[in-house]
Design a protein around this ligand. Sequence first.
Ligand code: NAD
Ligand code: DAU
Length: 356
Amino acid sequence: MILVTGGAGFIGANFVLDWLASCDEPVVNLDKLTYAGNLGNLAAVRNDARHLFVQGDICDGGLVSSLLDRHRPRAIVHFAAESHVDRSIHAPEDFIATNVNGTFSLLEAARAHVSRLPSGEQSVFRFLHVSTDEVYGSLNPGDPAFTENKAYAPNSPYSASKAASDHLVRAYHHTYGLATLTGNCSNNYGPRQFPEKLIPLMIANALDGKPMPVYGDGGNVRDWLYVGDHCAAIRRVLEAGRPGETYNIGGWNEKTNLEVVHTLCDILDSLAPAQESYRRQIRFVQDRPGHDRRYAIDARKIERELGWRPAESFETGIRKTVRWYLDHQDWVKDIQSGAYLQWVEKNYGERPAVAG
Ligand code: NAD
Ligand code: DAU
């Protein structure tokens, strides 16, 4: 049994689906179902006895402790977070509450839980923290990619809150000996990403005939990794990562935002041709305040130590992704209309299990 937090969001849901497809070990999935949580993402495992969904807040230490006592998971895989940089600029409070206090609450519950386990189980337990490359700050063109030794320099309220959570995780290993593992990953893309993020937003706006808003000059660079590859990396770190270590995870795929948007337009032009090229909908708009210019991940440590490498190239992954959004336009429409928020009532008739 493992305990996953945030498993109704983009990466967490992909992780739960991949996990249950590849092994029989059950998952307890604790998610608050904020605007970013979508139980429709987990429809395929709705009746799977290996998946127990619990709606709840990671800040609720009593709830987390009761789940740990009841299910005795061998690991916590911690995805739950407020994840959108633009929202953190407009309203940072929730980012501090969930990303900092929520991670603290989980660590406290895990520490107390492990201290009560027999020594055989204590040595097996792992706390895997899912984090971001944004904690390292911004690179200039030509700077070397981020290694695990790069000093932290977070620039947005989101990245500062994730940096704080990374430091807490590090401290719980150093001070209390909790067997922590941290993955700092670059930009994920793929199925089930909330359409506030660059790639699904651009696809949705293109298909709706709306402007495609590119911030600033479109020259900001991100490293892109297919979500399935991130999930595989997390499984590998959980399996063989060394407690107390951090692993940078990336796709060796640096692209400017404009390159990404042009690629999306070109794929859409071939798969869903409109009267004119989708490129005509691109608009340059006011830049994001404090917008980091470039991120780049040096993923040699995880490749060398754990033998993980991305399976998907950007070219194959992005085509697969566009195809998924074309085949799941109802999924996007449900989010745009807010209907996805009623998924639970519609499909369960009542709220899902809440452990007390
Ligand atoms: P997301 O916003 O799609 O999903 C977050 C999930 O966490 C949602 O289901 C939400 O309901 C849940 N959640 C939020 N607050 C909660 C709380 N207080 N208690 C319980 N559940 C709560 O996020 P994502 O893009 O899937 O990111 C998942 C994790 O991966 C985050 O920690 C993020 O920082 C990290 N990360 C994301 C990316 C990326 O490109 N998306 C890259 C690197 C790291
Ligand atoms: O690097 C990892 C991070 O990647 C994760 O930690 C975050 O949770 C995740 O949201 C993502 O952060 P970004 O800010 O890089 O992702 P976003 O999709 O919001 O933006 C990607 C780039 O595209 C960024 O340079 C801003 C730009 N952008 C974004 C949007 C939404 C636009 O030009 N226009 C847009 O409308």
